[in-house]
Ligand binder design. Structure first.
Ligand code: B12
Length: 285
C-alpha cells in the first residue's frame, strides 16, 4: 500500500510518498520512503510518480491537503468522479468501495456524496437521456450506488442521540437514492432513521408513524410530476400530526418550483451537510 506521510518541521508540513509492506518474518509492517515530495503548499499531482498518481488514496489526500489552488482541486475531483463513474457503469462494487474508502480517509462523508457520487449520478442520467448510455447500464449504476450507500450506512452507524427521522418519497416517485444517501449521513450524525422509500402510500406512512413516533419527516421528490403527490402526502400527515417538522426537498425543486407545502421546503440540493443542524434546530423549537 502506498500513501502520503506528513512531517511537520518548524511549522511547515513536508510530504513523503511512502510504501507500506508486510514483513512476514517479523510480523510487522515496514515503511519505505519512495519519494520526498516537498513542502505541502508546493506539491502537485505531477510530483507523484505516474504509477501511483491515480491511486484513489493519493488523490483523496491531495484533495484534502493541498487545496489552495482551486484548479488543482477541481482536477482531482474530476479524476475521482471518473473513477467512480467507471466502477458504477461496470457494476464494480469493490472498485466503488475502494474509491469511497480512499476518499473518506481525508474527507467527510457529505463531501463524498456532494462532490463525487451525486454529480456522477447526474452525469449518468444525462448520458442515458441523450442515448449515450443504455437503460441497462443506468440500472446497473443505480443498483451499485444503492449497494454502496447501504454498506456506508451499515459501517457508519453511530449512537442514537438526536431523535427519530422518517424518510420517504411520495407515491409515484421511484427515485430513492437521495433518501438512502440522507439516511446514511444522518446515521453517522447520531439520528435514528426509518427509510420507507420509495413510493410509500400515505396510509402506510401514517400507520408507521403511529408505531415509531418520529421527531421529523423528510420527503424527497425528484420528478416535478410527483409534487402533487408529495403535497397530498404532506397534507395527510398534517391532518394528524399538526406540529411535526416535515422537510420537503430534492431535484424537483432545482428550478425554483413555487408549489405550496404545509412543510419546510428546502430548495438547496447541496444542503446535505446542513441537514443535521436543520433537524436539531427544529427539534428545539
Ligand atoms: C437512478 C435514476 C433512476 C432510477 C431510480 C432508481 C432508484 N431506486 O432510485 C430509475 C431507473 C428507476 C429511474 C426511473 C425514471 N427516471 Co430517473 N434518474 C436516475 C438518475 C440517473 C439518478 C438519480 C439519483 O439517484 N441521484 C443521486 C441522488 C443521491 O441525488 P438526489 O436524489 O438529488 O438527492 C440528493 C439531493 O437532491 C438532496 N435531497 C433529496 N431529497 C431531499 C429532501 C430534503 C428535505 C432535503 C433537505 C434534501 C434532499 O439530498 C440528496 C443527497 O445529497 C437521475 C439523474 C439525476 N440527475 O440525478 C435520473 C432522472 C432523475 N430520471 C429521470 C427520468 C425522466 C426518469 C423516468 C421518468 C424515466 C422513464 N421514462 O421511465 C423514470 C421515472 C420513475 C419514477 N416514477 O419515479 C430524469 C428526470 C427529469 C425531470 N427533471 O423530470 C433524470 C434527471 C434523468 C435525466 N437527465 O433525464 N431513474
Amino acid at each position: 500500500m502506498v500513501y502520503i506521510r506528513k512531517k511537520n518541521v518548524k511549522n511547515v508540513d513536508y510530504l513523503y510518498l511512502v510504501k507500506s509492506t508486510w514483513d512476514k518474518i517479523h510480523k510487522t509492517s515496514r515503511q519505505e520512503t519512495i519519494k520526498y515530495l516537498g513542502a505541502i503548499n508546493n506539491v502537485t499531482q505531477e510530483d507523484i510518480p505516474e504509477e501511483y498518481r491515480n491511486d484513489p488514496k493519493i488523490q483523496a489526500f491531495l484533495l484534502q491537503n493541498t487545496p489552495k489552488d482551486r484548479e488543482k482541486r477541481e482536477k482531482i475531483i474530476e479524476k475521482l468522479q471518473l473513477q467512480i463513474f467507471t466502477s458504477l457503469t461496470e457494476g464494480d462494487l469493490d472498485g466503488a468501495k475502494k474509491i469511497y474508502r480512499a476518499f473518506l480517509g481525508d474527507n467527510s462523508l457529505d463531501q463524498f456524496y456532494e462532490k463525487i457520487l451525486n454529480p456522477v449520478m447526474d452525469r449518468i442520467g444525462t448520458m442515458w437521456s441523450n442515448g449515450i448510455l443504455s437503460v441497462a447500464t443506468e440500472h446497473v449504476s443505480s443498483n451499485i450506488a444503492h449497494s454502496l450507500v447501504k454498506i456506508i450506512a451499515e459501517e457508519k452507524k453511530g449512537r442514537s442521540l438526536y431523535g427519530k427521522v422518517v424518510l420517504t418519497t411520495p407515491v409515484g416517485e421511484e427515485h430513492n437514492l437521495g433518501c438512502s444517501v440522507m439516511e446514511s449521513f444522518l446515521l453517522t450524525k447520531g439520528f435514528t432513521t426509518f427509510n420507507l422509500s420509495p413510493s410509500t402510500p400515505a396510509e402506510s406512512v401514517l400507520n408507521f408513524m403511529k408505531s415509531v413516533t418520529p421527531d421529523a419527516i423528510i420527503i424527497s421528490i425528484t420528478l416535478s410530476d410527483s409534487i402533487p403527490s408529495g403535497q397530498r402526502l404532506t397534507k395527510k400527515i398534517r391532518e394528524i400530526y399538526k406540529r411535526i417538522p416535515i422537510f420537503v426537498g430534492g431535484q424537483a425543486f432545482k428550478n425554483g418550483s413555487k408549489s405550496k407545502f404545509d412543510a419546510s421546503v428546502i430548495k438547496d440540493n447541496d444542503a446535505l451537510g446542513q441537514l443535521p443542524k436543520i433537524l436539531k434546530a427544529k427539534k428545539k423549537n
